[in-house]
Design a protein around this ligand. Structure first.
Ligand SMILES: NC(=O)C1=CN([C@@H]2O[C@H](COP(=O)(O)OP(=O)(O)OC[C@H]3O[C@@H](n4cnc5c(N)ncnc54)[C@H](O)[C@@H]3O)[C@@H](O)[C@H]2O)C=CC1
Ligand SMILES: NCC(=O)COP(=O)(O)O
Length: 332
């Protein structure tokens, strides 16, 4: 059996991304996890956590293998400035992006079966003068994919988004038929292909309160969302809506659905995180490679403290492995 080689990009070095690498490596993993990061930072963080790690230099020519508990396979990248847990430094932003580029290109070229990303600090990257809104958009641009979809999943609930990291003041203008249609098609296709969902049942939120109340509280449902849903229903897709977002997140609706599609980030993700924070995974749909992520941010206040929860990281890693194995089976 092929052992999947999964890249783990450790993200913001002052955050909990390096802690996650050290903690996950304390047990034997059912994959080869290649840690993209700085060797010294990882060693220092392990020492801070009081955990022993044996660091092995990553060699892309070596066959992928399982490593004993306590081993960290590291693809070493230099940080421009010294790293202190919890202290952001814009000088290290170029390093963070270098890790993502390594991960993304490695996936595109087949070196890695998937990438799991650790958390980055979007603000400090922007402070460094680099335009960056998130991994989702970064990997879309890197792979020249015109449209991707952010989806978070936890036990019993998946939420995909039509818009991602967009100021609320720009959301309404972005909700247009072509975008809504391409997002729904990607969600439907990836649930079939990557999650073995034979005929995905998709519930779509409206944008406005009460899904616009027949146009009295906004027209996006009538002008932009409903025509797309009708077109896709006519093609046989199991898609319904636009539902009022405060109605659709109820067991009665969710028990007959494979995913909810929300119109914007904070319409859908608070519900998902309320249900499953710490046990959720973020997956980018529509990419030409597999990317999963933790459901949380950099948690600067907890870096090096030994008090973090690795539940989401484990879930993200296991999801990446399962997706990679399914993709391998489809190719065989
Ligand atoms: N995948 C990614 O790269 C993500 C990055 N972020 C970025 O993270 C930065 C900080 O965002 P915040 O809103 O403060 O969210 P956050 O998730 O970093 O922290 C929120 C609270 O949850 C706690 N927390 C988070 N993860 C934890 C874990 N694994 N174990 C224990 N406690 C945990 C933190 O200590 C804090 O109290 C922002 O720059 C944001 O853009 C946010 C979400 C995802
Ligand atoms: N709230 C999840 C989130 O914003 C993660 O974004 P990305 O970095 O995965 O694009």
């Amino acid at each position: 059996m092929i052992i999947p080689r999964i890249a783990y990009s450790t993200g913001e070095p002052a955050g909990i991304g390096p802690d996650i690498a050290v903690l996950l490596a304390q047990e034997q993993l059912p994959c080869e996890m290649v840690v993209l990061g700085n060797k010294q930072v990882l060693q220092d963080r392990a020492q801070q956590l009081g955990l022993a790690v044996s660091i092995v230099a990553y060699d892309p020519q070596r066959a992928s293998q399982q490593w004993p508990a306590g081993t960290l396979v590291v693809a070493d990248h230099a940080t421009p400035a010294p790293v202190q847990a919890g202290q952001l430094n814009p000088k290290n932003s170029s390093y963070v992006l270098e890790l993502l580029e390594h991960a993304g290109k490695g996936c595109i070229q087949g070196e890695f079966a998937a990438v799991m990303t650790g958390p980055v600090h979007k603000g400090i990257i922007n402070d460094a003068g680099i335009a960056f809104s998130g991994h989702t958009e970064f990997f879309a641009a890197l792979s020249q994919t015109p449209q991707v979809v952010m989806m978070l999943a936890t036990e019993g609930l998946r939420v995909a988004l039509v818009t991602t990291h967009l100021p609320l003041s720009e959301v309404s203008a972005a909700i247009k038929q072509p975008l809504v249609e391409s997002v729904m098609r990607i969600v439907d296709a990836d649930l079939r292909n990557k999650f073995a969902c034979e005929s995905p049942r998709i519930l779509v939120c409206g944008l406005n309160p009460h899904a616009g109340e027949q146009g009295h509280l906004g027209r996006e449902e009538i002008d932009e969302i409903n025509p797309v849903l009708q077109k896709l229903q006519n093609e046989g897709m199991q898609i319904t809506g636009p539902w009022p977002a405060d109605t659709v997140f109820q067991p009665h609706y969710l028990e007959n659905a494979d995913t909810v599609v929300a119109m914007y980030h904070d319409q859908g993700l608070p519900v998902l995180k309320y249900r499953g924070f710490g046990n959720a995974v973020n997956i980018t749909l529509g990419l030409p490679f597999i990317r999963t992520s933790v459901d949380h941010g950099t948690a600067l206040d907890k870096a090096g403290s030994g008090t973090i929860d690795t539940g989401s990281a484990r879930f993200a890693l296991m999801t990446a492995i399962e997706m990679a194995q399914r993709s391998q089976q489809q190719e065989d």
